[in-house]
Design a protein around this ligand. Structure first.
Ligand code: 9MG
Length: 283
């Protein structure tokens, strides 16, 4: 079983802070939204990985398809050629968990063959063939909630009750995975900040983040540099660090076990401050 999932005796108590993991984002798309594609070149990507490891990353999340609002689809072969050589290179050079951010069964299959530890699927394994591919492996799987599809998801997102709707979605996806033979202990849940959600929806999800832990699985929070930070604070992408760290820590305080971030060093520092304080809370 992958080292990523540490949910034996899962609780949301602050004593679980030792299990918090920092997932560093490595986008290898030409239009990667906040790094402008500057790590698109193979060598730069490996340097970025090395730097993330030095700065305390626990999981590297490689993405070859942009999921930003309005993004267009990429074909399977292009995605494989962006992601798989990098996965192989990372696995041969470093001892680090790697997650592959993809919704395509073919990419998942290659990723599993070349040693991925996690599949991070913003479409929660709903695409054709995805469940069948991962069931034959032992990788951890992140099931993310999204309303709609990236191209149109921000047009007019609507919910009856956003938290209940997301929890209902999680229950359905967990049930589907279990029915097909995927053990629940391989799953991570993610409410999907910015994926078919208004600014108000995103802040309600953050405010009530602890409710997702009631399903007994680790929960991932991906807020780093997103528009929910930029639009609230009126900050450009490169001015969102303080907002991103604050939001990540709010999520961790409510049980987030994995935070998906661009700024690894700063995020790891913030989590370490929280851990230092938590030691004294029990007395
Ligand atoms: C790929 N990707 C972009 N944003 C994300 C988020 O919030 N969560 C997960 N799991 N993946 C994301």
């Amino acid at each position: 079983m992958s080292k990523i999932i540490q949910n034996e005796n899962f609780t949301t108590e602050l004593t679980d802070l030792n299990k918090v993991q920092v997932m560093g984002i490595l986008n290898v798309t030409p239009d990667s939204f906040s790094d402008g594609g500057k790590f698109n070149c193979f060598d730069n990507a490996l340097k970025q990985v090395e730097s993330m490891i030095v700065n305390g990353v626990d999981i590297i999340d490689i993405g070859g398809e942009s999921t930003r609002p309005g993004a267009v689809d990429v074909n399977v072969q292009d995605e494989i050629s962006r992601v798989i050589p990098l996965l192989k290179a990372i696995k041969s050079r470093f001892d680090i968990n790697v997650s592959i951010d993809t919704s395509k069964a073919e990419v998942m299959s290659e990723a599993i063959t070349y040693g991925a530890d996690m599949i991070n699927d913003v479409r929660a394994l709903q695409n054709e063939g995805c469940v069948d591919v991962v069931v034959q492996s032992e990788v951890a799987i992140c099931l993310m909630h999204m309303q709609g599809m990236p191209r149109t998801m921000q047009e007019n997102p609507q919910y009856n009750h956003i938290i209940n709707d997301i929890i209902k979605f999680f229950k359905e996806r967990i049930h589907c995975c279990e029915q097909k033979g995927i053990n629940k202990n391989r799953l991570v849940l993610d409410p999907g900040f910015g994926f078919g959600k208004t600014l108000a929806h995103n802040y309600e999800v953050l405010a009530k983040f602890s409710q997702f832990s009631t399903l007994g699985l680790p929960v991932l929070a991906g807020i780093s540099r997103k528009s929910m930070i930029g639009n609230l604070l009126n900050r450009d992408v490169d001015e969102r660090l303080a907002g991103s760290l604050t939001a990540a820590i709010i999520a961790v305080q409510q049980g987030a076990q994995i935070i998906r971030v661009h700024d690894v060093q700063e995020s790891a520092d913030a989590v370490n401050i929280l851990k230092a304080v938590a030691q004294y809370k029990t007395e």
